[in-house]
Design a protein around this ligand. Structure first.
Ligand SMILES: Nc1nc2c(ncn2[C@@H]2O[C@H](COP(=O)(O)OP(=O)(O)O)[C@@H](O)[C@H]2O)c(=O)[nH]1
Ligand SMILES: [Mg+2]
Length: 469
């Protein structure tokens, strides 16, 4: 048999009573959204392994198992073979061997097999249900295997019997931890891995190595997300849409047509970036409330979006909007009442100024090439100064949501960004830094890779600040 590196990584079997969150914990720790999670108890009858693979290397492996069904009967069989502690493992082996073909013990055999093959034990309980003696047979059986074990306390509902559970679990497990598979964050994740390392002396080195790789992996996902977001902003601001036309002059329809295509392209850039970011964080089966560029009815190009994701009065003034097109008086008019970008007041009062910031007005449609025979319309690069902040804000919101989303979550994801989100990522200094880059991206000139790398650093800083790593 060929021995590969694959055999070296730490393995843990997640076991327990049916419907306690075993599969949810596997899903969260293996960062795998293909793990079957169900509120119908007893749907899993086969063990299934979920390795966390990074660049082809397995960091560790979690094994999802069926829940105990006939723990008392199994324990009675084991206890009928009274042996010294060093022989108990063999008795469990004998149990499996002898009941191999008996369907009634299928679930116990499936869950015991990986443990007997050397996997560590993670025993999962739900502390929102009272402790009861029926769990003791399960914990006894696990003790018979002689494998290192820890208990994880999950809370599926509100009620809390943690204190009772702790007292009982500490009797059977040297490590008892609480873990919420629905709200996993990096710190919680690493802390559980650290507990796993402590279970057995021989595991300290390999599990610690896995933790280091895991930390690098987290960073790598942040870097890749920052890169994807940088590409989005650059591509979107830089994009130029062209449309040839045959007539003497472009028709209104043709002008509408190119504006439509231009917006569609910007939407597409965002959709692709979201898919890429989801892929980076292993969320490949996500169902979102609005797949197409719409967070909770707020469309990227709606006026509401502008007021929610856009800039404050002060920010607008500093982005350079005041130079030229808008005077101080114009700005004041723009911010009449609280109708930032909203309603007819602005448009009526300041006319061109409103349009200057307005969201229909991303970029002017230019008629070009009249002298060359082949005439065409051109739209882009982006002229709207507010747009980059809206697009970036949305991308950052999306990325931070995805990065902190547990793989155990199965319900539809609703992306609802509230207006205060901007204050979390866009401070005065960041905005100043960004504005310089946005100006270059908007210029239509090709930007060198180093400049994009600098922008990526800024985005990375923002993401790190929000996610914390
Ligand atoms: N609210 C909440 N629900 C959970 C939690 N853990 C599991 N569940 C739900 O409980 C049900 C059973 O979870 P599952 O992981 O399939 O349990 P298993 O049978 O032990 O593998 C599913 O509907 C899960 O979504 C939790 O921590 N919080
Ligand atoms: Mg399950």
């Amino acid at each position: 048999m060929l021995l590969t590196h694959e055999d070296k990584h730490p393995k843990f079997a997640v076991v327990g009573h049916p419907n306690k969150g075993k599969s949810s914990i596997v899903s969260a720790l293996a960062m795998d959204d293909t793990v079957q999670i169900s509120d119908t108890p007893g749907t899993t009858h086969k063990q299934r392994s979920f390795p966390l693979r990074v660049d082809g290397k397995v960091l560790y492996e979690l094994i999802d198992t069926p829940g105990f069904q006939r723990a008392r009967q199994v324990l009675a069989w084991l206890e009928s073979h009274d042996v010294s502690a060093d022989k108990k493992h063999e008795v469990v082996q004998a149990f499996i061997h002898e009941h191999q073909d008996e369907p009634r013990f299928n679930d116990e055999i499936e869950l015991l097999k990986p443990i007997m093959d050397g996997a560590g034990i993670i025993y999962v309980v739900d502390a929102s249900k009272p402790y009861g003696e029926e769990y003791e047979a399960e914990m006894e059986i696990l003790r018979w295997t002689g494998q290192p074990s820890m208990a994880l306390i999950n809370h599926i509902d509100e009620a809390d019997y943690t204190a009772d559970w702790k007292r009982a679990l500490e009797h059977y497990f040297k490590m008892v931890r609480t873990f919420n598979p629905m709200q996993t964050d990096v710190a919680q994740h690493i802390s559980i891995l650290e507990s796993m390392a402590q279970l057995k002396e021989e595991w300290i080195v390999p599990v610690k190595a896995s933790i280091r790789h895991f930390e690098q992996y987290q960073r790598q996902m942040l870097v890749q997300s920052s890169r994807a977001i940088t590409k989005l902003i650059y591509d979107a601001l830089h994009h130029v849409e062209t449309l040839t036309f045959k007539g003497e002059d472009a028709t209104e329809d043709e002008k509408t047509d190119i504006a439509q295509k231009y917006k569609e392209k910007l939407r597409l850039y965002e959709t692709h970036t979201q898919a890429r970011v989801e892929n980076i964080w292993n969320h490949n089966h996500l169902s979102k409330e609005e797949a197409m560029l719409s967070f909770d009815t707020l469309d990227l190009f709606s006026k509401e979006a502008a007021s929610v994701f856009g800039l404050t009065r002060k920010e607008l003034m500093i982005t350079g909007a005041t130079s030229g097109a808008v005077t101080g008086a114009g700005i004041d008019l723009l911010f009449l009442g609280h109708t930032l970008f909203l309603g007819g007041v602005v448009g009526a009062a300041v006319g061109g100024v409103g349009a200057y910031f307005g969201f229909e007005e991303l970029s002017e449609v230019k008629v070009l090439g009249k002298t060359l025979g082949k005439k065409y319309l051109q739209m882009g690069p982006m002229e709207n100064r507010n747009f980059p902040y809206i697009l970036l804000g949305r991308a950052i919101y999306h990325a931070t949501t995805i990065a902190s989303l547990s793989h155990a979550k199965r319900e539809e994801l609703t992306l609802t960004m509230d207006s205060s989100f901007k204050d979390k990522w866009l401070d005065e200094e960041t905005r100043k830094t960004l504005e310089g880059y946005h100006k270059r991206f908007r210029s239509g000139d090709v930007v060198e890779a180093e400049v994009l790398a600098e922008y990526e650093e800024v985005v990375m800083g923002i993401l790190e600040g929000l996610i914390g790593s």
